[in-house]
Design a protein around this ligand. Structure first.
Ligand SMILES: Nc1ncnc2c1ncn2[C@@H]1O[C@H](COP(=O)(O)OP(=O)(O)OP(=O)(O)O)[C@@H](O)[C@H]1O
Ligand SMILES: [Mg+2]
Length: 286
């Protein structure tokens, strides 16, 4: 989906008008033929509180299917809270209260008929710090399949997930080795394999590359690009260049847990509507 052609990257009019911003970003290029994506997850007037403290304020957002959506914004603005609301991980935090609506495939995920465990199989998550289980590589990936009572070919699914996570070639002859013995970058790809093994529709990633070196980061970025062919990816990152490189859409949250601007990544990084967004992405604060 990131196929590019020279004319799309550097049309004359673009070169003449240029970006309004002094900091330049290489934004992901989409083919003009790509149809607008339907939304898969939508939030309406989402407010999230921890006790008396409000972490998100009236967030309404439609996350497009099979695209990469980046969430950016300064520390404490509610990005992780937003991500955790989408697969009801916030349920596990006693003081946390969610108001407003979140729909997944049109269905209210906070409806009492929804089983959060079943929801999390369809909306998987990868965290900032790689967190493999103290089990073999194989068992890490097979874990979610076993929990869901998967009755298909587990070996095949483990292999396919490790291949999709770009880890298979490095571990295919040592599947019995503990996941904890892998390098940090390999562990993170193992966690991605574990998250995609049950074949979710959405993959939530909270700063998945922030603890990795540049080579591992670049592998994870390539992987995200591939994954978006099949999955809807929502990724939090503090790295502006990374958000610009890998995402199709960017949401900018600012202090107070407000979603200030949400648009095509190119628009956000080259010509944002909101002055605070421009100040943030050019590094004037945050
Ligand atoms: N478990 C929790 N209990 C109480 N307050 C919390 C909890 N998690 C987050 N908060 C508060 O909610 C607000 C938003 O936090 P959140 O972790 O969502 O921000 P963030 O944008 O992900 O920040 P960072 O970039 O530092 O990861 C912060 O004020 C934080 O202190
Ligand atoms: Mg966070």
């Amino acid at each position: 989906m990131s196929e590019t052609s020279d004319s799309e990257i550097e049309s004359d009019s673009d070169a003449e008008s240029g970006s309004l911003l002094t900091t330049s970003f290489d934004t992901k290029q989409n083919t003009a033929a790509e149809p607008a994506a339907a939304s898969l997850v939508t939030t309406s007037d989402l407010d999230v509180y921890y006790g008396d403290q409000q972490a998100l304020t009236a967030v309404s957002m439609a996350i497009p299917k099979k695209r990469v959506t980046a969430l950016i914004g300064p520390s404490g603005c509610g990005k992780s809270t937003f991500l955790r609301s989408i697969n009801r991980m916030n349920d596990q935090i006693g003081a946390c209260r969610v108001e407003g609506t979140i729909r997944f495939n049109g269905r209210d995920i906070y409806n009492e008929a929804v089983d959060p465990v079943a929801l999390r199989r369809r909306i998987g998550m990868v965290f900032q710090k790689p967190n493999p289980f103290p089990k073999s590589i194989y068992d890490n990936v097979a874990y979610g399949l076993r929990v869901q009572g998967f009755d298909g070919d587990v070996d095949e699914r483990v292999e396919r997930s490790l291949k999709r996570a770009a880890l298979w070639e490095e571990v295919s002859d040592q599947l019995d080795k503990s996941g904890l013995e892998l390098s940090g970058g390999q562990q993170q790809r193992l966690c991605i394999a574990r998250a995609i093994a049950p074949d979710p529709e959405v993959l939530l990633m909270d700063e998945p590359a922030s603890a990795l070196d540049p080579v591992a980061t670049s592998k994870v970025e390539d992987l995200i690009d591939d994954l978006a062919e099949e999955y809807t990816v929502v990724i939090v990152t503090h790295n502006m260049q990374q958000a610009a490189r890998i995402s199709d859409m960017t949401a900018v949250f600012l202090t107070g847990g407000e979603l200030v601007e949400f648009d095509d990544t190119k628009k956000i990084f080259e010509d944002p509507e909101n002055q605070r967004v421009e100040d943030y992405i050019t590094g004037k604060f945050g």
